[in-house]
Design a protein around this ligand. Structure first.
Ligand code: FAD
Length: 449
């Protein structure tokens, strides 16, 4: 057998790459990893983590309003964006350090530079150094898609949103997915006038219609504007600052910022994959089998670059399964991509697991739907006219719960536990048999009619 410098070379130190490298090293493999930007990847550096901190920061706007009905007098509350931004960025630095420590403590060699495949089992680093590896793992993630319209380069993506020197007074956010809706909520709570522009006619495709409609209605009540079936004609720089934006069917308007959140493209460009014949799909994603193996026997890919389910816990699971299967002392196993819970950290948030009502009707035929439409106790006292909605979708044939969908304060926290029940195949009767914890919002889960 040929001698290689490493048993495994991972390209990309994000959620998937770090987990795969650390676990492979723990199994005894000699591992190296290359990272062209910052260790931790999208989730830690410019995704889930800093975004969630901004969501927390933004939500204080409502808490400060609501607390007055609970007897608190807060006087002249002020918000300092730069303080929040810098505190969040400092925590990102801390996390990058923690991820680096994890790799180093497992004796993974870290190359802080870009890497590409340049031949059979061969990787070349930006510095020109060439190494060989028995296995190569592509864990390069994805980047924001920037649409083609005149002046598109003047717009920011979610990558830039964490570094703004000032908050815009007026922003247009293009997109209808979770990133667009989350940032719309964040900016809106900070007092920015937000318009979401969407090429299609709905937000959050893939989520249950009732919770989508509820978020749309609440977001509009909070002052977020929506323009559907609308595209950008141009973005032009305004000499006095900001931008002139022309949308289809609208007059030109002036805004301080335009942000695109219209999807993410797998990072496969200039990776040298063609030099070894790795097959790509239509969106440029690396095509893999259920064990994350490409058509080239020694090359694997995990996470967003495979465009299966672009979520951190999935990248981590795929990285773990790869490491255990290739270097562990066990039979190869595949990640189960069924019944994945997810959340949208909007204001209020959405959480969902399993089939929507529409999907269940199409797939199963007979379904039973239970619903609870209520105003959370805290909102009642606060005088906040915002209703929550829980929906449970069951297979009419055997009462099995096939989907739960919620929009409510803390919905993602409640959903994590509920998702276990759905994954385990529990029935509505199992939920009915469970005593409520009173008074909570979560009790609605076991009281739905
Ligand atoms: P990444 O984490 O993107 O890591 C890939 C790494 O590879 C990057 O660091 C990149 O710099 C590096 N790289 C690329 N090419 C090369 C090369 N040639 N050489 C060396 N290095 C290279 N998911 C959730 O589950 N929950 C959320 O709330 C959530 N919020 C999000 C919010 C935003 C704004 C965004 C953008 C994403 C969010 N996600 C969320 C998605 C989540 O961040 C990704 O699914 C996850 O990070 C994917 O991990 P990965 O390992 O596949 O790729």
């Amino acid at each position: 057998m040929a001698d290689y410098d490493y048993d495994l070379f991972t390209i990309g130190a994000g959620s998937g790459g770090v987990r795969a490298s650390r676990v492979s090293a723990a199994h005894g493999a000699k591992v190296a990893i290359a990272e062209e930007f910052r260790v931790g990847g999208t989730c830690v550096i410019r995704g889930c983590v800093p975004k969630k901190m901004l969501v927390y920061g933004a939500h204080f706007a409502e808490d400060l309003e609501d607390c007055q009905k609970f007897g608190w007098e807060i006087g002249d509350a002020k918000f300092d964006w730069i303080k929040l931004r810098d505190n969040v960025l400092a925590d990102v630095d801390r996390l990058e350090g923690a991820y680096t420590d994890t790799l180093e403590s497992h004796e993974v060699d870290i190359f802080k530079e870009r890497a590409r495949i340049t031949g059979d089992h061969e990787i070349t680093l930006e510095s020109g150094k060439t190494v060989t590896a028995k296995h190569i793992l592509i864990a390069t993630g994805a980047h924001p898609r920037m649409p083609e319209c005149q002046g598109a380069d003047l717009a920011i993506s979610s990558n830039d949103a964490f570094h703004l020197d000032e908050l815009p007074k007026k922003i247009i956010i293009a997109g209808g997915g979770y990133i667009a809706n989350e940032f719309a909520g964040i900016f809106n709570e900070f007092g920015t006038k937000v318009t979401i522009v969407n090429r299609g006619d709905q937000i959050l495709r893939g989520y249950d219609e009732s919770v989508r409609d509820r978020l749309l209605q609440i977001s509009m009540t909070k002052g977020i504007q929506f323009r559907f079936n609308t595209v950008f004609e141009y973005i032009k720089e305004c000499p006095d600052g900001g931008y002139f934006v022309k949308l289809s069917d609208c007059e030109e308007e002036h805004v301080d910022l335009v942000m695109f959140a219209v999807g993410r493209v797998p990072n496969t460009k200039d990776l040298g994959l063609d030099s070894v014949g790795v097959e790509l799909g239509d969106n440029g994603e690396v095509k893999v089998d259920e064990f994350s193996k490409t058509n080239v026997d020694y090359i694997y890919a995990v996470g967003d670059v495979t465009d299966r389910v672009q979520l951190t816990p999935i990248a981590i699971r795929e990285g773990q399964a790869f490491a255990d299967s290739v270097f562990g002392d066990r039979e190869p196993y595949a990640v189960d991509h069924g019944c994945i819970p997810s959340a949208v950290f909007s204001h209020p948030p959405i959480a969902s697991v399993g089939m929507t009502e529409g999907e269940a009707k199409n797939t199963l035929g007979g379904v039973k739907v239970y619903q609870s439409d209520f105003r959370p106790m805290k909102n009642v006292l606060a005088g906040r006219n915002e209703r929550s909605l829980f929906k449970m979708v069951c297979d009419a044939a055997d009462d099995r719960i096939v989907g739960i969908h919620m929009i409510a304060p803390e919905a993602p926290e409640m959903m994590q536990a509920a998702a276990i029940a759905v994954k385990a195949g529990l029935t509505k009767a199992d939920f009915d048999a469970t005593t409520a914890i009173h008074p909570t919002m979560a009790e609605e889960l076991v009281l739905m009619r």
